[in-house]
Write a protein that binds this ligand. Structure first.
Ligand code: HAM
Length: 420
């Protein structure tokens, strides 16, 4: 037997209802906030992610599913969707229609990481991106949307962590201060952090290694090194969030795993999830459009990990349970009943009722068992006598009442019953 690859999951019929429930909330909310759906390809030119996400990030260095196609092109299964949306925005000139373009997406992403509860190699994100506006009110709108989405699902105990990661003007200054701080401790750092020290020192701040983490506690704060523009922007984002009644926690050690962020960075955590508690993450990326080859264009967005959201909903018993149910189950008894029963099944479905039938010619008892399993509201029974009289028995499974109806009246009569 061949199993699915490690880190992937089948979404089975019994759980699809949970996904459609979450997707419905997403669509309703995005319509209310004015975000329109975009669907981009699952794979892109590898170059897009190298430039967009940054070559020294863990995602690019260790986690991408990259392959060469038959035309000798290097392609990568998208590890995230912001770079793809920006590519599409430029390629399709979406900026021409609107100064501010607001988009959302739902889809699978792929990262080669060590699988564990809440971390998979194929996972699904709901994300939004707002392109073309630098006003901090847009940062706040995006953050409010992330929080309201999780609240709309019924989640409480949410923690919003907020930081500013500066811009290309002020970040080099901070980088240097950070290196000065960590330099005397270089020998004590884990191997990953030693290599991050030169290449991406901001990442030293969120190392999971206990000793590195303890050292990082005393590190200089980026918010003390922001340039005037970034500082004012950050203060305004906070004022807007306060106005919207969204509580937040300033977290100077919040650095995101992707290199494109500027100014606002945030994460929403749902602490009962433990190690993989980040359910949403995002921020501003004012340099990304240019990085991908477009004109300077501000942007901001976030993505929510849907598996993590479902885990959280399961923990809180907030998931809808949808049992399989049909309006009618058709029971056919004996050879002669098979074709009339099939005809009835077809007519019921044509009348927009959900109908099922057993095709294995089982006993009455076995077919009634099946009808129960499928939670049938009514059962139609066709035996030899009924076939001879062109009739069928209609059994109401709630009341156990039974009546005989002429086959020609059966479907209209049932439509009335189902509506009642
Ligand atoms: P990210 O923080 O890498 O950001 O991912 C966003 C969310 O996706 C995480 O908070 C987490 O819930 C979920 N996630 C990430 N990796 C996995 C995994 N291996 N298994 C399960 N869930 C996972 C981004 O992807 C950015 N594109 C977000 C963004 C949009 N920033 C601006 N616009």
């Amino acid at each position: 037997m061949i199993n699915g690859p490690r880190g992937t999951k089948d979404i089975l019929p019994d759980t699809v209802a949970q996904w459609t429930h979450v997707e419905k909330v997403i669509r309703e909310l995005c319509a209310r906030y004015g975000y329109r759906e975009i669907r981009t390809p699952i794979f892109e030119h590898t170059e897009l992610f190298l430039r967009g996400i940054g070559e020294t990030t863990d995602v690019v260095e260790k986690e991408m599913y990259t392959f060469t196609d038959r035309g000798e092109r290097s392609l990568t299964l998208r590890p995230e969707n912001t770079a793809s949306v920006v590519r599409s925005y430029l390629q399709n000139k979406l900026y021409a229609a609107d100064a501010l373009v607001k988009l959302f997406y739902i889809g699978s992403m792929f990262r080669y990481d060590r699988p564990q509860a809440g971390r998979y190699r194929e996972f699904h994100q709901f994300g939004v991106e707002a392109l073309g506006e630098e006003n901090p009110a847009v940062d706040a709108e995006i953050i409010v949307l992330a929080v309201e989405f999780l609240r709309a699902l019924g989640l409480q105990e949410l923690k919003l962590h907020l930081n500013s990661v500066g811009c290309p003007k002020c970040r080099p200054v901070y980088r240097e201060r950070l290196q000065e701080f960590f330099r005397p401790h270089l020998e004590e750092l884990c191997t990953d952090c030693r290599s991050r020290f030169e290449r991406n020192p901001l990442r030293l701040l969120d190392c999971k290694n206990e000793h590195c983490h303890a050292l990082a506690e005393g590190a200089p704060r980026i918010t003390d090194c922001l340039c005037d523009e970034c500082r004012v922007h950050f203060t305004e984002v906070q004022s807007y969030l306060t106005a919207a009644g969204i509580p937040f926690e300033l977290d100077a050690n919040l650095v995101r795993g992707l290199d494109y962020y500027t100014k606002t960075a945030f994460e929403v955590k749902y602490t009962p999830l433990g190690a993989q508690s980040a359910v949403a993450g995002g921020g501003r990326y004012d340099g990304l459009v240019e990085e991908v080859g477009g004109p300077p264009t501000p942007g901001i967005g976030f993505a929510v990990g849907l598996e993590r959201v479902l885990l959280a909903l399961e923990k809180q018993e907030l998931l809808p349970e949808e049992l399989e149910a049909v309006d009618v189950f058709v029971v056919a008894l004996g050879e002669a009943a098979q074709i009339p029963a099939f005809k009835l099944l077809h007519e019921l479905r044509a009348a927009k009722l959900s109908a099922a039938m057993d095709f294995a010619g089982r006993s009455m008892k076995a077919q009634m068992k099946q009808a129960n399993k499928k939670n049938a509201r009514f059962v139609a029974i066709l035996g030899e006598d009924e076939v001879k009289e062109a009739s069928a028995l209609l059994k109401d499974m709630k009341t156990s009442e039974q009546k005989k109806l002429a086959l020609k009246d059966f479907v209209p009569a049932l439509c009335v019953e189902v509506k009642n």
